[in-house]
Design a protein around this ligand. Structure first.
Ligand code: GLU
Length: 492
């Protein structure tokens, strides 16, 4: 279709899907869908030293999980296949040959040692190192000589002199670059594999990409790419460079910083919801222009625009991510959240691999207690541990409650009334607690705290009747008994 909007996400398979990459993919996807266009995923794997096995497949799997679904890609094909650069080498070769034939690119026979030496000299002279241009004008005789020596050339692009290249960035406005500051750059390595800056242009052109939305770190590559478009006489796509994502200290997010969770896979493993992540990601740069913060993918497809993407950096705030996920978690059906929590409880050894239907139902009711308060499903493990562990762990605050003078009376009465119940349900438990109140004359905190602390080890918790019910009578009485008979030990 003529004039069809076509955008792509072009990951290099060097690792897991990062927050920044996921945001780039999402913005491309949203823009394409907003304009009734196509979204393509193309894998840029020509820098083989950096490739990690299966990284592309895993990244794509995580994108799909986020709901960022492509129309063309290496798994589903498409009219411009293949969508993996290492499978397109013969395509690039043809275009490289064309540039060589037209004198727009040339062979550079310098060895690594020579290049390193030249670079050091430049640095010693206080210059910004530029790639060697010594072989710009090698004569055919010199070439033959180098070939006889067995040197294998790389191919350099001949950067035009004295030119100004202007990137009309859709987010940042006009950004200009002087060609004289950009040295002839490598477009093909000695092993015959093209570099990113070359392959990206060929592919964006052949795949009819209309808009390139990518991270700011690529802005300085753009003039090089514009030169290649110019060399072929092709019209370049429109460009938009997304500002950096900073951590809360205002520094550029580093993939090595382990204090922030940065990979989509990790969020997935912790029990975050894809819709919460998408909602969080879109606000890293895009603003809806109002107070509203909660957006479904469909809302976003309707509203997203590059005009509302900021050129200032976004700050990654993990508290907000947790808040966002909590918002989505508590609005999901309990069944789904319980299913998501189950593997965490299994991994902690709290629930067997194949629980009975009764056990699953019980787990679900426990999850129901905490659904409101969890930021993500892995939190169910510490929150609900008291239901699964044999021994209660009393912290200092809990211990000080157990030292209060009314505790033995309250617990003895509790043991008596709960022990005497014919059926054990939240309602009968409530009634039993009323009896304890009457019998001991204690009420409010003085009544409930000793019971809560003795049976759960915690001073804070969820609804007491339901907690006691889900703990089961046996456990509750056992724990009360232990405090009654061994108070000294327990609080030591
Ligand atoms: N392969 C590049 C990267 O992973 C993508 C660059 C682009 O979008 O042009 O950073």
């Amino acid at each position: 279709m003529a004039n069809e909007v076509r955008l792509r996400y072009a990951p290099s398979p060097t690792g897991h899907l990062h927050i920044g990459g996921a945001r780039t993919a999402l913005f491309n996807y949203l823009y394409a869908k907003r304009h009734g266009g196509k979204f393509i995923v193309r894998v840029e794997d020509t820098d083989q030293t950096r490739n990690v096995e299966n990284a592309a497949e895993k990244q794509m799997e995580n994108l799909k999980w986020l709901g960022v679904q492509w129309d063309e890609g290496m798994d589903i094909g498409g009219p411009y296949a293949p969508y993996r650069q290492m499978e397109r080498l013969d395509i690039y070769r043809k275009y490289i040959d064309q540039l060589l034939a037209e004198g727009k690119a040339y062979y550079c026979y310098a060895t690594k040692e020579e290049l390193d030496a030249e670079r050091e000299e430049q640095i010693a002279r206080g210059e910004t190192p530029k790639i060697s241009e010594k072989h710009r004008n090698v004569t055919p005789e010199q070439r033959e000589q180098y070939e006889r020596e067995g040197r294998v050339p790389s191919i350099h692009f001949r950067v035009p002199d004295d030119r100004v290249y202007v990137v009309n960035d859709l987010i940042r406005g006009e950004v200009t670059f002087e060609s004289n500051g950009i040295g002839d750059f490598v477009i093909c390595r000695p092993d015959g594999i093209p570099t990113y800056n070359f392959a990206v242009v060929i592919d964006d052109y052949l795949m009819k990409i209309t808009h390139v939305v990518r991270g700011e770190e690529h802005l300085s590559n753009t003039p090089r790419q514009l030169m290649i478009y110019e060399a072929f006489g092709w019209e370049p796509p429109k460009f938009a460079h997304l500002a950096l994502i900073l951590n809360q200290d205002g520094k550029k997010m580093s993939k090595r910083d382990e204090s922030i969770i940065q990979f989509i896979e990790q969020y997935r493993e912790l029990g975050f919801l894809p819709e919460a992540i998408v909602n969080f990601l879109v606000l890293l740069g895009w603003s809806p222009g109002g107070e509203e913060e909660i957006f479904s993918m469909d809302d976003l497809i309707e509203r997203f625009s590059l005009e509302r993407v900021s050129k200032s950096p976004a700050v990654f705030d993990s508290t907000k991510m947790n808040w966002m996920n909590n918002h989505y978690l508590k609005n999901k059906p309990l069944e789904i959240i319980a299913e998501m929590c189950l593997p965490h409880l299994q991994k902690a050894g709290f629930v067997e691999e194949e629980p009975t239907p009764e056990k699953k139902e019980w787990v679900k009711e426990i999850v129901a207690l905490y659904q409101e308060q969890m930021a993500y499903c892995a939190q169910i493990v510490p929150l609900a541990a008291l239901f699964f562990l044999e021994d209660v762990v009393y912290d200092e605050e809990a211990k000080s409650v157990l030292l209060e003078p009314q505790v033995p009376d309250v617990l003895a009465s509790f043991r008596k009334h709960v022990g005497a119940l014919e059926t054990y349900t939240p309602d009968t438990i409530k009634a039993a607690l009323k009896e304890v109140q009457k019998e001991t004359g204690q009420k409010g905190k003085a009544l409930f705290m000793p019971i809560r602390v003795a049976t759960t080890g915690q001073v804070h918790g969820r609804d007491l009747d339901r907690t006691l019910y889900l703990l089961g009578r046996e456990k509750v009485l056992e724990r009360a008994e232990r405090v009654l008979t061994n108070r000294e030990d327990v609080v030591r």
